[in-house]
Write a protein that binds this ligand. Structure first.
Ligand code: GCU
Length: 615
């Protein structure tokens, strides 16, 4: 084998050049640590960036930064981290330089930070402690090096992940992050989907510290099963050697309810190494709890702390509410509720997929003003700020993972990835009262492999969060004119996408299908809609006109609202959004089924139909 540099081999002649990076350290739900209520140093801002289409960072070991040989003679090199152009993080790369507009591939991010920055923020403890790097989301595959040390690999384009950087810190630190948004068959989503594949680190990046023994995550919600109980699970990690212990006292405090509850986190068999957990219920006088609802979004301060000399504290605002089904009904706090919703993609003209908190707040105010009490966040986990803001402003949410259309359901790596994305989403948002439903997938072709794959996802969701309802957008058998999906038995609520009036013209068939529904479970119409070009009016309601879209909406509502088991509707879709499979001259790269245009301002006629029904 050729020896290219006198410091050692590079990887250009090795086919499986990245095995170590492929199968080595995983950054996943198990390494994720809650940052909520923690002090953090933001690493948002300008980073150096360069496309790395050939993965040279590994192939030719750029991460090593070997510039001189043993004798101090300069070696040739192909990278210039500090001199590369700057790009903003968080942000997708597509709108940061014209050449990147349609770029799908890998890019390398670089920046430095110093211990001094951390000291200024009082983020370095005198008595040890851990420091974590957290990335809110980067699409799709991410690999991280700090000071030439490989920290690990994360898969999935929409959920947060953490890397423990403590052991690799130096006075001046060099952080190198490889992000690759190449579509691949085994990924979630796979190669074909109806939204735009934006690339880059598009959610916040930060460093935060914890004590050596730290709270990894918490789950605190009103029990769905038993009245008068608050259910909790506190997971603690004790990774540092000298602090190894098999029990750690914790305390949960809800000052406004007068609750101060103590328990012990213990090691149990099914937990990963160094992990301790306390789980149980706290008696709570439900009369005293002001329940969270869209009309009354009350939040309580909840403080969880480990007891002992260097105690860890996680403090957050949590709403208490109960969501359940009874036969074909959905009950919120014991009262029947109808979910008046819209589907929405995470995208704006200004920020593309990196929507701002202000844009999220505006969106929620806009749909509330339309009469909505519910949003379906399609088809992947949106920013964590949506649920945080929804908790505060009062709107219920369905959150979903991109188990969308055809996937490699038979591939165990694909399942592992899906399961991890679901776990990261649920652990991230399971204390948010606004989230009432987890969706495990959308319009997936029926097969035995798909059935087992998705049933196992349902199991995982229930294990991580027994307090919420599970849904998937299921299948209709158009020939047999009925809803027919084996997955229904595993779900609490049946999601149905149907486009009668648009893709399928024979509207009467919809009535037949609904007439054939006999399951004792509620249905949410998770999609229905039609295209309309903003500002195209036609008295005869020609195809693509606002009038036709509005008529289809009217007909849909008139039909759907007759069926008592339909307990919610989320038409497709709130705003027009970019999609590379929508290339007619009227669409121009956009799915134009929005009832509001891509500017998030222009209201099509169908908007007023929805407002009339919901308002
Ligand atoms: C599908 C799918 C959406 C899609 C929509 C459409 O049912 O779930 O993601 O975009 O139809 O055709 O516009």
């Amino acid at each position: 084998m050729e020896k290219r540099f006198d410091e050692g081999f590079d990887n250009i002649l090795i086919y499986h050049y990245d095995e170590e990076y492929q199968n080595g350290k995983r950054l996943d739900a198990d390494t994720m640590v809650t940052d909520i209520g923690r002090k953090a140093l933001s690493l948002n801002g300008k980073w150096h960036f360069c496309p790395d289409t050939f993965c040279s960072v590994i192939r030719t070991r750029w991460f090593d930064e070997t510039r001189y040989n043993r004798n101090g003679l300069p070696l040739p090199y192909d990278y210039d981290f500090e001199k590369w152009e700057e790009i903003t993080v968080p942000g997708v790369w597509n709108n940061q330089k014209r050449e990147y507009a349609l770029y799908e591939g890998a890019g390398l991010y670089f920046r430095t930070f110093s211990l001094e920055d951390l000291r200024k923020e009082k983020l370095i403890q005198k008595h040890g402690g851990r420091l974590f790097l957290r990335i809110g989301a980067a699409n799709y595959e991410t690999r991280i090096w700090l000071n030439k040390h490989y920290l690990g690999r994360h898969l999935g384009g929409f959920t947060p992940f953490c890397a423990d950087v403590t052991d690799y810190l130096s006075e001046e630190n060099r952080l190198l992050i490889f992000v690759d948004n190449t579509r691949r068959g085994e990924q979630i989503p796979s190669v074909h989907y109806d939204w735009f594949n934006y690339g880059g680190i598009f959610r916040e990046v930060e460093l935060f510290e914890t004590p050596d023994v730290y709270i990894q995550n918490t789950f605190i919600q009103l029990s769905r099963q038993t009245a008068g109980k608050i259910e909790y699970r506190i997971r603690v990690r004790a990774s540092a050697g000298p602090n190894k212990t098999n029990h750690i006292p914790v305390q949960i405090e809800i000052p406004k309810l007068g609750i101060v509850y103590k328990d012990d986190c213990c090691i149990t068999q099914d937990l990963p190494a160094d992990t301790l957990e306390a789980a149980g219920t706290i008696d709570a006088d439900e009369e005293k709890i002001e329940k969270w609802s869209p009309d009354n979004p009350v939040l309580y301060q909840v403080i969880v702390r480990t007891m002992g000399s260097h105690s860890d504290i996680v403090e957050e605002e949590i709403g208490f509410r109960r969501i359940e089904t009874k036969g074909q009904h959905i009950l919120l706090n014991g009262q029947e509720v109808f979910l008046k919703g819209m589907c929405v993609h995470e995208e704006s003209l200004q920020s593309l997929r990196c929507v701002t908190k202000q844009e999220i707040e505006n969106m929620i105010m806009q749909v509330k003003e339309m009469g909505c009490n519910f949003l379906r966040l399609t088809h992947y986990p949106h920013s964590e700020w949506v649920a945080r803001i929804a908790d505060r402003l009062g709107i219920m949410l369905l959150e979903e993972i991109p188990v969308y259309w055809a996937l490699e359901f038979e591939n165990p790596n694909t399942y592992r990835d899906a399961c991890n994305q679901l776990s990261e989403l649920i652990i991230r948002d399971r204390n948010r009262a606004s989230v009432i439903l987890w969706s495990v997938g959308n319009e997936n072709p029926d097969s035995d492999e798909r059935y087992h794959f998705m049933k196992n996802l349902v199991k995982t969701a229930r294990k991580l969060d027994p307090s919420r309802l599970i849904i998937a957008s299921c299948l209709i058998d158009v020939d047999q004119k009925r809803i027919k999906d084996r997955l229904i038995e595993a779900l609490d609520v049946v999601g149905i996408n149907e486009y009668y009036g648009w893709y399928l013209k024979d509207f009467e068939v919809l009535e037949e299908i609904l007439g054939n529904y006999h399951e004792d479970k509620p249905i949410i119409i998770t999609e229905t809609g039609a295209d309309a070009v903003s500002g195209y009016f036609s008295e005869n309601a020609e195809i693509y006109s606002e009038e036709l879209q509005a008529r289809i909406y009217e007909k849909q509502f008139n039909t759907l609202l007759k069926y008592p088991f339909i307990k919610g509707i989320t038409p497709w879709v709130l705003y027009d959004y970019a999609s590379m499979r929508r290339m007619s001259s009227l669409q121009n790269g956009y799915n134009i089924k929005g009832i509001i245009g891509k500017d998030r301002i222009y209201k099509k006629k169908a908007y007023y139909v929805v407002k009339k029904v919901y308002g």
